[in-house]
Design a protein around this ligand. Structure first.
Ligand code: ATP
Ligand code: MG
Ligand code: MG
Length: 550
């Protein structure tokens, strides 16, 4: 069993609490509601909510909603559902950065009054030019020295919608020569004549991420503001705002390395493209690395939390092998999923020495190690289905399944021998005639060795089901590594195979999201939505063993 990996933030917090610095912790998870959450967000969720759980603190859920054009209520609803499904509870009500728009505006006026912010007329492109580069200092905007009165007036008129988008912006007045470009007079407010999902038409200007994030943390009493490494360069600015505004509390920003997973893209923008171009069937398509996609695929909350524990938290960027994720779900389902037999590609077997109306019912455990799962009934009849892959007309040497003249054990029952192969006019094998050795129930014959065991389902009692075998969406390890190649060129054309399969009778009772091990095949989950549509659909979560990326 894999132990949990190192988590430097957890260690740091433990040290702080033990040494008496700070009494309790408040963290936050701050998604922007512009898409569904993905497995990378799960890492951040497990970290932020996990620390609060572990140290008796709270974790807030705060929507970072400063880009109204890209945000939607459906994303807010989906994000809340995903966090709850993972088993976490946020402290207090759901919060929105937009709850603080009034305060942020007052604080912007405060900076103007202090001579620390000004209204600029440069457009985005000019501003980029004036800001300089890593090797070249920036130069001041011609509007940098406006008076406080003029700035207050212009800011007020920006708010009222008197200017067009892009015509003006509010900038902090810090240092155009600062080595850190984030300190070269960053934008605090931009004009956006957009309706906001929370505040409606109240605002014509919206605060930037940088001007919003740390102040929201401060207003909420957040103690540790944990974010990904891209924000390391923003930390001086985060601290500048806290130092220059009348904030009630001083949170600390701590950065960690984001999760990168091979064979996967974890960028909301790219995932949205897959959805918008109908390459997948929505954000929760079981091939998507979204939390809702993983849920539909059959991942359990425990497996995702365990995976996050296994990968640990560090500052060094790395790429995690997707097999760690497969391992996490496999070991959960190995212990917790009941067993069933299911024939993926049916081939008919007629038992020649079995009476036409004879029926024998075998009772077998629901799970080999879990008495609490009870017994299940396997009825056997004259005509059965086996998997096409378990028969070969001309088998290679080490093929221990069925072949002409060869024997195999039907799982939980007798050994049968293939006596005759029936073909159609096209030469395809359509039926096998086999004879049963009635002296082999629960024991092996003494005169010969029969190695193979295959699964089967009664033709009379089998339940038709649709099985969706999912595979990686991308066929290369780093689909978005090369900036010159469109990541869509790396799509795996075989990421979905649909089989009309036949399962054992117990599968007729499966409810949405019930999980099974289909013996000898893999782990499968009853689709969340199909039953409502009157269909019996099972999604392959993961194969039984680690083949290539399955
Ligand atoms: P994306 O790049 O996919 O759009 P984002 O960071 O813009 O992601 P947010 O909604 O802002 O998305 O993310 C909410 C939180 O989740 C942030 O604190 C962010 O740092 C964290 N997060 C996002 N992606 C990852 C990842 N791959 N690994 C760890 N944490 C992540
Ligand atoms: Mg973000
Ligand atoms: Mg983003």
């Amino acid at each position: 069993e894999s132990a949990s990996a190192a988590n430097f933030i957890r260690n740091q917090l433990r040290d702080e609490l033990e040494s008496g610095q700070g009494a309790s912790i408040v963290t936050r998870f701050p998604p922007e509601p512009n898409g569904f959450l993905h497995v990378g967000h799960a890492k951040s969720i497990c970290l932020n909510f996990g620390l609060a759980e572990q140290f008796g603190g709270v974790c807030h859920l705060r929507f970072d909603d400063t880009n109204p054009e890209k945000e939607e209520q459906v994303y807010i609803d989906a994000i809340k559902e995903d966090i709850q499904w993972l088993g976490f509870e946020w402290g207090g009500d759901v919060r929105f950065a937009s709850d603080y728009f009034d305060t942020l505006y007052e604080w912007a006026q405060h900076l103007v009054r202090e001579g620390k912010a000004y209204v600029d007329d440069l457009n985005a492109e000019q501003m980029r030019e004036y800001r300089g580069t890593l090797t070249e200092p920036g130069k001041p905007s011609p509007h940098r020295e406006r008076s406080v009165e003029e700035n207050l007036d212009l800011l007020d008129r920006m708010r009222k919608g008197e200017f067009a988008e892009g015509e003006k912006s509010l900038r902090a007045k810090i240092d155009m020569a600062a080595p850190n470009i984030n300190l070269r007079d960053p934008v605090l407010y931009r004009i956006r004549h957009a309706r906001h999902h929370q505040t409606g038409d109240a605002w014509k200007i919206y605060p930037s991420y940088d001007f919003t994030h740390g102040q929201s943390d401060a207003l909420e009493g957040v103690t540790h503001s944990i974010c990904t490494l891209e924000f390391e360069d923003h930390r001086p600015l985060y601290e500048w705002f806290l130092a220059n505004l009348p904030v009630p509390n001083t949170p600390r920003q701590i950065e960690f390395a984001r999760l990168n997973l091979n064979y996967t893209v974890t960028s909301k923008r790219k995932l949205k493209l897959l959805v918008d171009q109908n390459i997948v069937d929505g954000w929760d398509d079981p091939r998507m690395p979204t939390i809702s996609g993983m849920r539909r695929r059959g991942y359990t909350p425990a497996s995702i939390r365990k995976f996050c524990d296994m990968i640990g938290v560090a500052r060094a960027a790395s790429v995690v092998d997707i097999h760690m994720l497969y391992h996490a779900i496999r070991s959960d389902l190995e212990d917790n999923a009941p067993r069933a037999m299911c024939v993926m590609k049916p081939l008919k077997v007629v038992l020649t020495n079995w009476d036409a109306d004879r029926e024998e019912v075998f009772e077998v455990p629901g799970h080999p190690a879990r008495d609490d799962m009870g017994m299940r009934k396997l009825p056997m009849t004259k005509t059965l289905w086996i998997d096409q892959d378990d028969f070969m007309e001309e088998p290679p040497k080490k093929f221990f399944r069925l072949a002409p003249g060869k024997e195999v054990r039907l799982r939980n029952t007798y050994i049968i021998r293939c006596d005759e192969v029936i073909k159609n006019d096209a030469g395809d094998v359509v039926e096998l005639h086999c004879s049963v050795d009635y002296d082999t129930l629960g024991k092996n014959p003494e005169d010969r060795k029969v190695k193979g065991v295959i699964h089967w389902v009664s033709e009379t009692h089998g339940v038709p089901i649709e099985v969706r075998n999912y595979d990686n969406l991308f066929q290369v390890e780093s689909p978005d590594k090369d900036k010159d190649i469109d990541f869509l060129e790396h799509l795996n054309p075989d990421s979905l195979e649909v089989c009309q399969a036949i399962g054992e009778p117990a599968l007729a009772e499966a409810r949405a999201e019930d999980r099974f091990q289909f013996e000898r095949v893999g782990y499968f989950c009853a689709d969340r939505y199909a039953l409502d549509e009157g269909k019996r659909v099972f999604n392959r979560t993961v194969s039984l063993k680690d083949g290539w990326a399955k």
